[in-house]
Design a protein around this ligand. Structure first.
Ligand code: ADP
Ligand code: MG
Length: 696
């Protein structure tokens, strides 16, 4: 039998393949480019392109594509065949360095937020050699960045690479101060844990709401939900297990380190976690993971739901973004270490993160804002919309003692002559107990738990890298001028913690008390996407991104427009879908069932004039009353949708949130009431129970 080691990465033009197939000097030049972000010489590119093509063709590829990540949040590709005709009706298979480095897709139909008028439709894609090319569907996919012709980024990769560069530069400066002379580059690492639902494909196809919007807009709860807590980590059903094995295998071929699979809290909900990687690669791999989940689910007769809230009353799906910073030699800068010198350096990075999160709570919230995720944040199943940091008792104790100049609580720890504390041992599992925190320190990394399951992880990491880079840059200014580095560092740690400890919270984030306490502390509680977006363009936010060239003010404005628009469009599609379902499927179903009941009543009355016929008449009354109510509510919703026509931008987003969504919830009430009394045979949709409990 073929072993995993044989096919792992078999579809990736990875380092091993490059070393094998590229001339030595070309390989070396490429490695230098990858390691140091240097530009690539065209001769080198030609040689790489040729080797790539030969390798891909041997693996059965016929096409190549620049694979990029426009602001739709998913990936885009335009396939080109390798063939190039020659005399005599034959073809040569060609792929040049120029084609590898740069592509020119028509950009006019991708979201640009007004950056690029359609008459300037040209955009270009540029090879990102830091992420390996791979073969998918007989096509050589080349990871690329996507920009407008005037150089503004139109994608999620460009700003991500810029943010990684920024944090690298700033972190290296700090590391040099602490005597780490050899560090050239620092990379942020990410391990995203991906949640998803699997339901039967046939059920999926029978529900317009799932097909058009990814979530059920109506649906009465089934007699059983997740209350027995019997799904989490439970035995995996055979059909699901087959899917998981198949998925792992396909991911492994693409070099994705899929590692852990298990059942999640809700019925039919599962999770996949990879081994962490450099952020850029983690982002690409997570996009591939989501794409393959859908494709392979289909192969197994399933539909994979990546929406944040497919079913009301059950947990939705999120994505935990585990994040850390390491040096090019693999030293994790968020690892507390064993010696005081490492401790101080660690504490500097730690308080930089704390300060960043406190000062940019709003940007962190925006980075996880979407119509889908609004159903989770603050709904007692996911962290609330309030951004806070969990440190755990030991670290909090250390920072308290430094900032107050008091000995460590309860534990006798030596204090070095320079006032440098030796950290207590921080066992990983004691810091990992709090599962309710949106941003938790988990031993040697932070876990950002607010992301929605369908997100590209690029956005949150762009923000995280940018804001931490900003704090490190400010710290460098303070520390580089100090006569006594360790004394200055200690003071900086103390002051920073004192100024920003309001954002540290180790308690239960799901509790009502925390909401009140957070308000007292002056923390933001941005409940919805439009509320969060209102903060996006605040001067401090524009400043932090433009300072490092991650987003120019123009690019931010464009993203702001796109995010508002995407939000309003999502709600608009949901409202139209709901109206369509009610008018064309639900009400007709209720009508035909009511007609049967009415006919029954009249027939029975003729035969049994004395009978009370309570059951039938009460049923008919209820059906009629609920149908009337449903009709009235859907009319109201239709009117609200019509009234939104004159609005746009943020105004439309707020209107969608504050007017349209509540009306949709109102429509749901009589619709779900009807589902519970209409004959199952007449009801047009698979029920929650059928979708969630009938998979074998
Ligand atoms: P959990 O208890 O949340 O499941 P795990 O320890 O299993 O936590 O790790 C979850 C994810 O965190 C995995 O994807 C793992 O690879 C990732 N991870 C571990 N270390 C790091 C790191 N230094 N940087 C980024 N991600 C990491
Ligand atoms: Mg986790």
């Amino acid at each position: 039998m073929e072993s995993v080691a044989d096919y792992f990465g078999s579809m990736v033009f990875n380092d091993e393949v490059m070393r094998e197939r590229l001339p030595k000097d070309v390989y070396k030049a490429l490695k230098k480019t990858i390691a140091e972000g240097k530009d690539l010489d065209l001769n080198v590119a030609n040689s790489v392109a040729n080797a790539m093509k030969n390798w891909a063709v041997e693996k059965g590829a016929t096409h190549f594509t620049h694979w990029f990540q426009p602001m739709t949040g998913i990936t885009a590709e335009k396939h080109e065949a390798f063939i190039s005709p020659v005399e005599g009706g034959r073809v040569l298979l060609e792929f040049s360095g120029k084609e590898l480095i740069k592509g020119e897709p028509d950009a006019s139909s991708f979201p640009s937020g007004g950056i690029r008028a359609t008459f300037e439709a040209r955009g270009y894609t540029a090879w990102d050699p830091t992420s390996y090319a791979f073969i998918k569907d007989e096509t050589l996919c080349i990871p690329t960045a996507f920009c407008s012709y005037s150089g503004e980024s139109l994608d999620k990769k460009t700003p991500l690479l810029r943010s990684m560069e920024a944090i690298s530069n700033e972190a290296v400066k700090i590391l040099r101060l602490f005597g780490n002379e050899n560090v050239k580059r620092v990379v942020t690492t990410v391990g995203p844990e991906q949640e998803y639902f699997l339901i039967d494909k046939e059920d999926f196809k029978r529900r317009k709401d799932l097909v058009y919007t990814g979530r059920t807009l109506i649906g009465a709860r089934s007699p059983k939900g997740q209350e027995m807590e019997d799904h989490y980590f439970g035995p995996i059903k055979p059909r699901v297990a087959e899917f998981m094995h198949d998925l792992d295998k396909e991911l492994w071929k693409l070099g994705v380190n899929a590692k852990t699979s298990h059942n999640e809290v809700a019925p039919c909900q599962h999770e996949l976690a990879p081994v962490f990687a450099s952020t850029n690669i983690a982002v690409d791999h997570n996009q591939l993971t989501m794409e393959l989940m859908k494709k392979i689910a289909d192969r197994h007769g399933f539909a994979c739901l990546l929406h944040e809230k497919p079913f009301k009353g059950l947990n939705g799906s999120g994505k935990h973004n585990n994040w850390s910073i390491s040096t090019d030699s693999g030293m994790n800068l968020l690892d507390p270490g064993d010696t005081p010198r490492d401790n101080v350096q660690f504490l500097i990075f730690l308080v930089a993160v704390i300060k960043a999160i406190d000062e940019y709570q709003d940007l962190m919230r925006v980075s996880v804002a979407s119509a889908g995720n609004d159903h989770r944040l603050g709904a007692n199943e996911a962290p609330p919309a309030i951004v806070s940091v969990f440190l755990g008792d030991e670290l909090t104790d250390v920072l308290e003692s430094i900032s107050e100049g008091t000995p460590l609580n309860g534990k006798t720890k030596q204090q070095m002559s320079l006032g440098v504390h030796v950290l207590p041992n921080l066992p990983k599992d004691t810091t990992d107990r709090n599962r309710t925190s949106p941003f938790a320190f988990t031993g040697n990394k932070f876990e950002f738990r607010m992301l929605g399951s369908s997100f590209s992880v690029a956005g949150p990491n762009i923000t995280l890298n940018a804001i931490v880079a900003k704090e490190l840059s400010d710290f460098y200014k303070v520390l580089s001028g100090a006569d006594d580095l360790y004394k200055a560092a200690n003071e900086l740690i103390a002051k920073t913690y004192k100024d920003h400890k309001r954002v540290v919270f180790n308690g239960n984030n799901y509790s009502e008390e925390w909401v009140k306490e957070a308000e007292k502390r002056g923390l933001e509680n941005l409940k919805s996407t439009p509320d969060a977006l209102d903060k996006y363009l605040e001067p401090k936010n524009v400043q932090v991104f433009s300072q490092f060239g991650i987003f120019s003010p123009v690019e931010m404005k464009s993203r702001y427009e796109i995010l508002n628009e995407e939000y309003s469009k999502t709600i608009h599609i949901e409202a139209l879908t709901l109206i369509d379902m009610i008018n064309r499927e639900v009400l007709p179903a209720v009508e035909s069932y009511s007609a049967k009941v009415a006919k029954n009543v009249s027939v029975k009355r003729a035969i049994l004039p004395e009978a009370k016929l309570t059951a039938e008449t009460e049923l008919l009354k209820n059906l009629t009353a609920l149908a009337d109510e449903l009709y009235a509510k859907v009319e109201k919703l239709e009117k609200a949708v019509k009234d939104s026509k004159s609005l746009e931008g943020s105004e439309l987003a707020h209107y969608s949130r504050e007017k349209i969504l509540p009306l949709m919830d109102e429509v749901r009430v009589p619709a779900d009431g009807l589902e519970l009394i209409v004959d199952r045979e007449d009801w047009p949709y698979p029920t929650y129970g059928e979708m969630l409990f009938y998979i074998s």
